[in-house]
Design a protein around this ligand. Structure first.
Ligand SMILES: CSCCC(=O)C(=O)COP(=O)(O)O
Ligand SMILES: [Mg+2]
Length: 225
């Protein structure tokens, strides 16, 4: 019945602590130097201009960097910030400063599901570039060949019903044939409201989540598509 699985990253395939204690601090540390060194590159300039617009003012680069650092601290899921973080993390992955964390059940089950003919997708607030970097640099090797596609906030926010409707439209499948995996109740509620099947990952890290009506899974081993 399920033809495709769409998975969240942080708290679902990967630990909260990897994102909050490795990726976010790395991006905060590297951002000022990166803007000084690469701020004139067209794709960087464009993201900085978009961030300036979101900030709503004519900020100079120093003020803008301070705003971006505050957004990182506040874990704001803003497109231009996520785009810049993807570019910052690229150097970290390539230099081997860190690897993308995935729980051990993740590659095992993703491979099994793909072999069974299921199509696999990612939907994260992190940019598509950042998603590919994370799955491309894990201790289990490059997992990107397992995925048929990636979605970020370009399709809409993860707590908005319309985002899941847009994803299933893009997949060309009835919503009821798509399973969404996440650790965040509001994301699962939005996906269910759009007609997707859901499962709530309870990895035992971070605050306790009330899964509400969504089937619970302690790992991908508990997910039975
Ligand atoms: C793509 S890895 C970095 C994840 C990230 O930046 C983030 O904000 C986590 O968002 P998610 O939607 O995966 O919870
Ligand atoms: Mg999550």
């Amino acid at each position: 019945m399920v033809q495709a699985i769409v998975t969240d990253i942080e708290g679902t395939t990967s630990s909260l602590s990897f994102v909050k204690e490795v990726l976010f601090p790395y991006s905060a540390r590297e951002l000022p130097g990166f803007v000084r060194a690469h701020g004139q590159r067209p794709e960087v300039r464009q993201l900085l201009d978009e961030a300036r617009q979101v900030a709503g003012g004519a900020l100079d680069d120093g003020q803008l960097v301070a705003t971006l650092l505050r957004w990182i601290e506040e874990d704001r899921k803003l497109g231009p910030l996520k785009g810049l973080q993807g570019l910052l993390w690229e150097a970290g992955y390539r230099q081997g400063d860190f690897q993308g964390h995935v729980y051990e059940d993740v590659p095992r089950r993703l491979r099994e599901w793909k072999e069974r003919g299921l199509r696999l997708y990612v939907y994260s607030s992190g940019s598509v570039h950042a998603q590919k970097l994370l799955f491309g640099h894990t201790r289990f090797g490059d997992l990107t060949p397992l995925f048929s596609g990636y979605f970020d906030t370009g399709v809409g926010g993860k707590r908005e019903v319309a985002s899941y409707a847009a994803i299933v439209k893009e997949l060309g499948l009835p919503a009821a044939q798509v399973l969404f995996l996440s650790d965040v109740r509001e994301e699962l509620d939005a996906a269910a409201a759009a007609g997707l099947r859901t499962a709530c990952l309870l990895r035992g890290e971070g605050p306790t989540v009330d899964p509400g009506p969504h089937p619970e899974a302690r790992s991908f081993d508990d997910v039975h598509p």
